[in-house]
Ligand binder design. Structure first.
Ligand SMILES: *Cc1c(COP(=O)(O)O)cnc(C)c1O
Length: 332
């Protein structure tokens, strides 16, 4: 089982008019980055994040008799599944760890889904989701290791390359790798020479650790400005790991301070409000960790962060993240 360009075109049909056609805008940061940077604004999705694409794509294939769906989530996948389930009149149960920000938990409840908080890691939430699938007959929807989910996320690259065929680099926020895998399948097929770079935070980057080990490994999950990028890739990973391994040119890691600076830059220059996970591509460019090219693109993946923390970042205050503190710095 894998995912091909035809699957991504099929997903695009499912999403049409519901979770597609987000804006692709030029970043005002281009002069200081050394090349044009196009921002795909998935913050404009009805749930404020791209995960609606994968969730809708996955739920569309379920039979009408399905008793309901269950998933684990760092927040946005749960929101996507909750929204897609409500649209189909299905029961949805979302399992999350204690590390998931309250704003995301509240957003999911508001969509009518049941929420279960399980343990202090995404892996614990995953075990809870698996248990519920077994005991209550619910269908489990993986946040990243599912062919329909990967195909749904891949539609982002279809839209970007249809609008800007000259894109020569894609910087893709990377956690479980559903987004990177789907976008890479589409982009490699359409533009074989395009440079594809996954970007994660440097603490608890499960895909990078797994790629280095040559197989899926567990990492310790810690608090991050990029909370949507936390969690493992699943020791039984079947799809997103091999696709990322085979299709990405590189994975780059950025520090919390670099994420902080990129959130400030996106806000003050592009006037955009986005989660830390959304700006890791910009952070990698600003830090000089990725060589610029003429036509770069990145996905502004979501906007569902805790607003108190966001306000602190853009006004230059210190941010406490568990054991570490990101030193505040005023922008400019
Ligand atoms: C899920 C998510 C990601 C990472 O996607 P993966 O498919 O897990 O790699 C990035 N940004 C945001 C906002 C997310 O919710």
């Amino acid at each position: 089982m894998s995912v091909a360009l035809t699957d991504i075109f099929a997903a695009a049909q499912v999403l049409r008019g519901q979770a597609d056609a987000t804006p692709l805008i030029p970043s005002a940061l281009a002069p200081r980055l050394g090349g044009a940077l196009w921002l795909k604004l998935e913050t404009c999705q009805p749930i404020g994040a791209f995960k609606l694409r994968g969730a809708m794509s996955a739920l569309a294939t379920l039979p009408k008799t399905t008793p309901g769906v269950v998933c684990c989530s760092t927040g946005n996948h749960g929101r996507g599944v909750a929204y897609a389930a409500a649209a189909r009149g299905l029961r949805a149960v979302i399992c999350m760890s204690e590390l998931v920000p309250q704003a995301k938990v509240d957003g999911i409840r508001a969509l009518g889904a049941e929420v279960r908080i399980a343990g202090r890691s995404q892996d614990a939430a995953q075990r809870a989701a698996q248990a519920l699938a077994a005991t209550e007959g619910l269908v489990e929807i993986s946040p990243f290791d599912d062919p329909q989910v990967i195909a749904g996320q891949g539609t982002i690259a279809l839209e970007m390359l249809a609008a800007r065929p000259a894109l020569d680099t894609l910087l893709i926020p990377l956690s479980g790798g559903g987004l990177a895998a789907g976008m890479a399948v589409a982009a490699r097929a359409i533009s074989p020479n395009i440079r594809l770079i996954g970007v994660s935070m440097d603490r608890g980057a499960a895909m990078q650790a797994s790629l280095q080990a040559g197989h899926p490994v567990e990492v310790t999950e810690v608090e991050s400005l990029a909370d949507s990028l936390g969690g493992g890739i699943g020791l039984q990973n079947r799809l997103s790991f091999p696709l990322c391994r085979d299709l990405l040119d590189a994975v780059v890691l950025v520090t919390e301070a670099e994420i902080y600076a990129a959130m400030q830059a996106l806000y003050h220059e592009d006037r955009l409000i986005a989660e830390g996970a959304s700006v890791v591509g910009i952070a990698a460019l600003m830090a000089g960790k990725v060589a610029p090219s003429a036509q770069m693109g990145t996905v502004i993946t979501g906007r569902n962060m805790d607003m108190a923390q966001f306000t602190k970042v853009i006004s230059g205050q210190d941010i406490a993240l568990g054991e570490i503190t990101v030193k505040g710095q005023r922008y400019g």
